[in-house]
Design a protein around this ligand. Structure first.
Ligand code: ADP
Length: 260
């Protein structure tokens, strides 16, 4: 607690008492810590690819390797690291914008069957590449009123994560059903899981359970922060259930709203 005090004086200017005000600063401290962590993480995430780009470019400038293969190898690293940087900056700008201006949702009526086609194609490709079985269970003839593009982004993020954090031969399941007053999505995998004590933190910007490993997946550590933002702007709710080495399940509940 932070305490401020003020004397209480009588009309004759005699001290009658003291007013003490207790401010609960735990929340303030927490927000301040998150901000500091965020700045430290951004710097780290930006520096890593830049260091690598600089290093390989310098080497090439000093001496062009005679070997075409090595030459290509270096250029490929430079190319991939620039793409990483680009993705990072895009996500960062997007998240900052979401947090500052709130999210601009373009509400539309859409059919789930049609809406899911495009993201599903991407997810199928990714699953195939990683030799992961993909199971989908989409209740037919569902429609929803929400922002179709943003919701596709949510599905893609979660499903791509699921394939990223699941080893070969594992399974990813996507289930979408209508419950009484809401649409329920489940994105499940049989992957590496998330330790209990980290589960509440994965929605924070840049939070990663295992930095070194996550970096290889090409993600930016911002995906789930963006996902949570979009779901909550739809007045929905996202929860995670996970067990290490068993798998992870994300459950999203989106209220069925009517035109407004
Ligand atoms: P990233 O770009 O690192 O995937 P996200 O914000 O999408 O960032 O996810 C944050 C972290 O949560 C990941 O780095 C990973 O450690 C963990 N995570 C997310 N989804 C899964 C999953 N399906 N299985 C295991 N870990 C996951």
């Amino acid at each position: 607690y932070e305490v401020t005090s003020a004397p209480v004086m009588s009309e004759k200017q005699e001290l009658e008492g003291v007013v003490l005000v207790f401010h609960d600063i735990t929340e303030l401290k927490r927000v301040e810590k998150m901000r500091k962590d965020f700045v430290a993480n951004v710097s780290h995430e930006l520096k890593t690819p830049i260091t690598s780009i600089r290093g390989f470019a310098e080497t090439l400038l000093e001496e062009v390797p005679n070997n075409k293969e090595i030459n290509n190898q270096f250029l490929t690293i430079i190319f991939n690291e620039s793409k990483r940087l680009q993705a990072l900056i895009d996500d960062l700008l997007e998240l900052t914008k979401l947090e500052r201006e709130g999210i601009q949702l373009n509400y539309e009526h859409f059919h789930i069957d049609e809406w899911i086609e495009t993201p599903l194609k991407v997810i199928k490709d990714q699953a195939e590449k990683k030799k992961i079985h993909l199971y989908t269970e989409i209740q037919p003839n569902l429609s929803y009123y929400g922002d179709p593009d943003r919701l596709q982004q949510v599905l893609l993020n979660l499903a791509i994560n699921a394939t990223n954090y699941t080893p070969e031969d594992g399974e990813v399941r996507i289930l979408i059903h209508k419950k009484e007053t809401y649409l329920e999505w489940k994105i499940e995998d049989t992957g590496i899981g998330i330790p209990q004590e980290e589960q509440s933190r994965i929605f924070e910007r840049f939070y990663r359970v295992d930095r070194a490993r996550s970096r290889n997946t090409g993600g930016t550590g911002l995906g789930l922060a963006i996902v949570k933002h979009i779901v909550e702007s739809h007045e929905g709710d996202i929860r995670v259930f996970s067990e290490v080495n068993k798998g992870t399940e994300f459950i999203i509940q989106l209220p069925i709203l009517h035109d407004r």
